[in-house]
Design a protein around this ligand. Structure first.
Ligand code: BES
Ligand code: ZN
Length: 460
């Protein structure tokens, strides 16, 4: 009989095929037209969980998209219980014309799997399914009990999972949560993420005259909603990138000297960053480094803005309406709801005369910071070291996984963020990909983590 790591090595081809099956399903949670596909993806994941030998596999229906569960509790009550979380839903693939190969036809090029969801999060979630398979199929004792929870609404803020957690506390009870839905610090540079930002997302509509107007006849005589919207947006931040909304920073936990020192020690190359993005220089809140700005400090951005004439040529028109989507990434201890209220109030205050505004809130999520002393993190770091042959770094990240805060609050469990993706994987963008090498090392790191967990539990 082979060891789990040997088993993983010997089945790479099969695992790739199995992942491809999942990647072919356009499980776009945000798009109601894909509801059936999202369901199909849930069924496929459940089939995988069954096939590897988990018990009590179920597809839990919700008001939104289903949640897939499965467990293996044979390690026994004296062993730790891990909840493994992932998501099988994906972001919309547009703009389609920017994809070199279609988003739902997984293709391998230059050692990378190209497909929507390859890295975020189907490929990463798959690493743990295969890792557990490697124990169960080789008859190796699992040093921990495992419960899988793979949801279909992460990309829309996990609206169904939040109440599901609260209603199923006993069933999901665990000692820690394991998640691979983040990025490594850099290529071949494993890292454990110990912080995630939260999110507040709003939409604003500015309306003025009751119809579009001739800009010669009315220009100069009425407030233009597009101009008014730009004026308001321009007042959200100053030229130093500092958010001007009163109270916005009130609950921000300042970065300690120790943490800033740790930030400075991370191997970050500003020149390479600029080059990779084709920008002349980086920009952000004055007084902070790029790494601090994108993970340790909050940010505020326009995500979309529209209104007026967008067609060919020039049309001399004053639009009667203009809209924008605006969001903020939050850090502990900012509260999404409170930040929404603050920005809403501020927008009403600075609204220029002659237009009306309507504001509403989209889904959001709380920020998190993980206790760096948690013994599970040491096992994770050791596993990374064994498989990647390099010490794992500890870093905060700027993206959000809203449910992680709920794992802490509702299940009282620490989450280990063990990402195998890269920031250059183009998640949410065209040509999303996942390095085959990281898919493989991800599975092995997960298996190694379980092997090591036993020792670390004893030290804890
Ligand atoms: N995998 C990402 C989160 C992520 C990205 C963490 C990069 C760390 C680095 C996740 O699937 C995601 O995109 N989440 C959304 C959440 C939002 C829709 C509430 C995000 O961050 O935009
Ligand atoms: Zn995502």
């Amino acid at each position: 009989m082979s060891t789990p790591l040997e088993y993983l090595q010997n089945h790479q081809e099969t695992f790739r095929e199995e992942l491809f099956e999942l990647l072919r399903i356009p499980s776009i949670s945000a798009d109601p037209n894909h509801k059936k596909d999202v369901h199909r993806a849930a069924q496929y994941v459940a089939g995988q969980l069954e096939q590897i030998g988990l018990n009590n596999v179920s597809v839990e229906e919700t008001d939104g998209h289903p949640i897939v569960l499965g467990e293996y509790l044979e390690a026994g009550p004296d062993k730790p219980t891990l909840l493994i979380y992932g998501h099988y839903d994906v972001q919309p693939p547009d703009p389609l014309e920017k994809w070199e190969t279609p988003p739902f036809e997984p293709t391998v090029r230059d050692g990378k799997i190209y497909a929507r969801g390859a890295s975020d999060d189907k490929g990463q979630a798959f690493t743990h399914i295969k890792s557990i398979e490697s124990f169960l199929k080789t008859g190796t004792d699992l040093p921990a009990n495992v419960k899988f929870i793979i949801e279909g609404e992460e990309e829309i803020g996990s609206p169904s999972l939040v109440p599901f957690l609260a209603a199923n506390k006993e069933r999901l009870k665990c000692d820690m949560v394991l998640v691979s839905d983040t990025a490594m610090f850099a290529k071949d540079t494993p890292s454990i993420t110990y912080g995630l930002r939260g999110l507040m997302y709003l939409e604003i509509e500015v309306t003025g005259p009751n119809r579009d107007l001739h800009s010669g006849v009315y220009g100069g005589g009425v407030q233009n909603p597009a101009n008014a919207l730009c004026e308001m947006i321009a007042k959200l931040k100053d030229e130093d990138g500092v958010v001007q909304v009163p109270g916005f920073y009130d609950r921000v936990r300042p970065l300690s000297d120790k943490e800033r020192e740790a930030y400075a020690q991370l191997p970050f190359d500003q020149e390479a960053y600029n080059r990779e993005l084709d920008i002349e220089e980086a920009f952000g809140e004055k007084g902070y480094s790029t790494l601090e700005r994108v993970s340790g400090r909050p940010s505020l951005d326009v995500n979309g803005i529209w209104g007026g004439y967008q067609g060919e040529g020039a049309k001399t028109v004053l639009p009667s309406r203009a809209n924008a989507k605006v969001s903020a990434r939050l850090v502990p201890d900012q509260e999404p709801k409170e930040i929404y209220r603050l920005i809403e109030n501020y927008l009403h205050e600075i609204k220029p005369p002659g237009v009306q505004i309507k504001i509403f809130e989209h889904h959001g999520g709380h920020p998190v910071l993980v206790d760096l002393d948690f013994y599970g993190l040491r096992a994770a770091a050791a596993a990374f070291r064994d498989i990647y042959g390099k010490e794992a770094l500890f870093a905060r990240e700027g993206g959000s996984i809203p449910i992680v805060a709920d794992f802490a609050k509702t299940l009282n469990a620490t989450t280990i963020l063990m990402g195998f993706g890269l920031n250059s994987d183009s998640i949410h963008s065209p040509n999303e990909h996942f390095h085959l090498k990281d898919f493989e090392r991800g599975m092995k790191t997960s298996a190694r983590f379980f092997e090591l967990l036993g020792d670390h539990v004893e030290q804890a």
